[in-house]
Structures are given as C-alpha cells and as structure tokens.
Design a protein around this ligand. Structure first.
Ligand SMILES: Nc1ncnc2c1ncn2[C@@H]1O[C@H](COP(=O)(O)OP(=O)(O)OP(=O)(O)O)[C@@H](O)[C@H]1O
Ligand SMILES: [Mg+2]
Length: 357
C-alpha cells in the first residue's frame, strides 16, 4: 500500500516580470509516495524545476507561489512508528526554522546546476561533514525496558563525519576518496563536483530526494553507479524520489510512475509501463518518438516535435499544445480548454481526444 510523503495540490507559481505574468507552474497536482520514485518529464521550460523548488520553499524572486498546497507528511527520523504530522510547506516562512530543518535533513535536492551550488571555500570533506553535523544523528542504546530498547541520539563526531564523507565519496565513484576528501571544489572536475553534491544530499539519509537532472554531467558508467546508489538507499531507508530528467531511458529505469508536463501543466500521468506502452497524449507520444531505437536505420531521422514551445505571453487558445499537435481537431482544440481526466483507472490525461466534446 502506497503511503504519501509529499502531496502537491493545484500548485501555481507565477513570475511577475516587466511584460506581465508568467505562469511557470499552472495548477500541478501530484503525490510522491514513500519508497517510490515519480519521474517528471517534459521539454525545457515546462515547470519541472520550479515545482521542485516550490516543494522546498526555494522559489527565487520574482517567482511566487500564488495558489495551492504542498503537504508534507512529516515523520520522525528517530521514531518511524510515530504517526506523520502534515505540514503545509506553502504556509512556511521560506527563511524560517521549520523549513530549514526540513531542507537538507529530511528533503535533499540535487540541483541542475552543480557548478554554482558548492561553496568554493570549503573542501568536499567539510561540506559533507557540515551536512552530517546538522542533519545526521547516531542512535545509541541507553537501556532496555521490557523488550524495547531505549534509544538516544547523539551528533556525529568529527572523526565519524570524515569517515562517512570518505565512504560517501567512494560510493559516488570519486577515485582516491581519502585524498579527494580534502579537495576544494575548484580542484575537482565538473562531474566530480556533481558527485560531491550527490554525496552531500544522500549522506543525510533524507526521506525525500528531489533529483533535478542529477546525472546530466556524468558519463554513462558513473551515471549507472549513481542510479544504483539511489535505488539502494531507497530500498534501505524507504526514501521517496522526485526524479526530473530529459533522459527517457533513465526515467523508465528509475520510476514507478511518470508525470508528463507541458507549459506549466501536467498533460499525462500514469505508471511507467502505461506511459511507455500506451501513451495517450499526443505530446507524450511525440516525446517518446524522439528516442533512438535499436534496429532503426541510422539514415532515418529521429522524429522531433514540430514547432516551438509557445511564448508564455501569447499562449494559444484552447489546448496550448494544439498548434504543434498531429491530432489537432479544428474548431475544438483551438477553442476548448481540455480538462485533466482519468481516461482509464490510474491513467490521467489532459486532451480533448479523451473527452466527449
Ligand atoms: N526567475 C525567473 N523569472 C521569470 N521566469 C522564470 C524564472 N524561473 C523560471 N521561470 C519560468 O518558469 C517556467 C518553468 O521553468 P522551469 O525552470 O521549471 O523549467 P524546466 O521544466 O525545469 O526546464 P529545463 O528542462 O530547461 O530545466 C519557464 O517558462 C520559465 O520561463
Ligand atoms: Mg529545470
């Protein structure tokens, strides 16, 4: 039985810019369950990262959450048997203490831009150690009552932090971790920096990992190693993952369910098998046709989605995808805004092909 960890409900994030308002995220609703991975896909600019940042109350100005709820079923790290307490993240002060405890310790995010997110003046070991000091506690048995152990928790010591840092660097595939632990970010390659960031994120054993294009700067063998590490942690700690990527092969391998976004909205969501074998939305079908297939002649061109993502200030009427859609129905798709409907049990789609219009 799936247990929700994060529920995003009808979320809207607006950016007030000189020329008007951009709806970066426009009514998104999805749930990430404990121990499961939700893949989020869609072309550049469709709102994947902004949704993820909203979940951590990290939307940068001029962005603002203007509608919706983000409910976090917060559990105790020290006593998993305690019932979860529901926290509405949209109501938290973005600089307040609650969200700061959640960020890093309970939620961890691997950012899309690794170069800008590591502090240049600290070594890899210090950066991981700092995260551990703030967010990881070591259980100690202090006695026994009946058959139950009485536990207390203590912070990690400096020596332990260093050992865990080296172990994490090794797990993310950094060569010579004993030496690299003392390297500064500028002494590491781009891919190594990204792996340090992944090590920081995973060392706190978060409940929720938000991975935004986590492996784009990595070669395929390191990528496979990192994906294995995420899955291993998910199995041992029940971590939930929101996995944002352009790589459809990776998303298929990692996710239980997939959400497809276009222009700030979800256009389709279902299990990974349904999305890949029975995609319903013409946009999803077009995205899938852009994957190279074994057996296809190399002279055959890969299909690309015709046209461009529209200008956010001049959105098409009706369905925003209609000018690019191979199944465009004149008089309908350019006039009627489609609803998000459950076309089959567990398979949601926003397209007039699935509505009686
Ligand atoms: N600081 C900002 N100012 C104005 N608009 C913004 C800002 N940040 C994001 N947006 C808008 O919000 C929309 C969603 O952006 P987002 O970063 O979530 O896209 P994405 O799906 O993550 O794309 P990519 O695949 O390129 O990472 C975009 O259309 C973008 O124009
Ligand atoms: Mg992004």
């Amino acid at each position: 039985m799936s247990e929700p960890l994060l529920e995003i409900k009808d979320l809207r994030v607006d950016f007030e810019v000189r020329d008007g308002t951009i709806h970066g995220v426009d009514g998104v609703t999805y749930t990430v369950n404990l121990g499961e991975t939700l893949g989020v896909i869609g072309e550049s600019g469709c709102g994947k990262s902004v949704t993820a940042k909203a979940a951590m109350q990290m939307v940068a100005k001029p962005g603002k959450i203007t509608q919706g709820e983000i409910l976090y079923h917060r559990r105790s790290k020290f006593d998993p048997s305690k019932p979860a307490e529901v926290v509405n993240i949209t109501k938290l002060d973005p600089d307040g203490e609650t969200i700061r405890t959640i960020r890093g310790g309970e939620f961890a995010m691997i950012f899309q831009e690794p170069m800008s997110s590591l502090t240049p003046v600290y070594t890899a070991g210090t950066l991981i150690g700092e995260a551990l000091n703030l967010h990881r506690l070591i259980p100690v048995t202090v006695g026994e009552q009946m058959t139950q152990k009485i536990m207390k928790y203590r912070p990690v010591t400096k020596q332990e932090a260093r050992e865990i840092a080296i172990e994490m660097l090794q797990k993310v595939g950094i060569p010579k971790p004993h030496e690299r632990v003392d390297s500064y970010p500028h002494q590491l390659s781009g891919g190594q920096r990204q792996r340090v960031m992944i090590a920081i994120a995973l060392s706190c054993q978060p409940f929720m990992l938000i991975a935004d294009e986590p492996t784009t700067a990595l070669d395929v063998s390191i990528e496979a190693q990192i994906l294995d590490l995420m899955r291993e942690l998910q199995e041992t700690t029940d971590m939930a993952i929101m996995f944002i990527t352009h790589n459809l092969g990776v998303v298929a391998e990692m996710s239980k369910d997939i959400c497809v976004m276009y222009m700030g909205k979800q256009v389709e969501q279902s299990s990974t098998v349904n999305i890949f074998y029975e995609p319903k939305h013409p946009y999803t079908r077009a995205l899938l046709q852009s994957i190279p297939k074994v057996g296809k002649r190399s002279s055959d061109r890969l299909a690309s989605i015709k046209g461009m993502v529209p200008d956010p200030f001049h959105l098409p009427t009706g369905c925003v995808f209609h000018p690019r859609c191979p199944e465009f129905m004149p008089g309908k798709c350019d006039r009627i805004v489609p609803n998000y409907v459950e076309a089959e049990p567990g398979h949601w789609v926003r397209c007039l092909l699935y509505e009686n219009v």
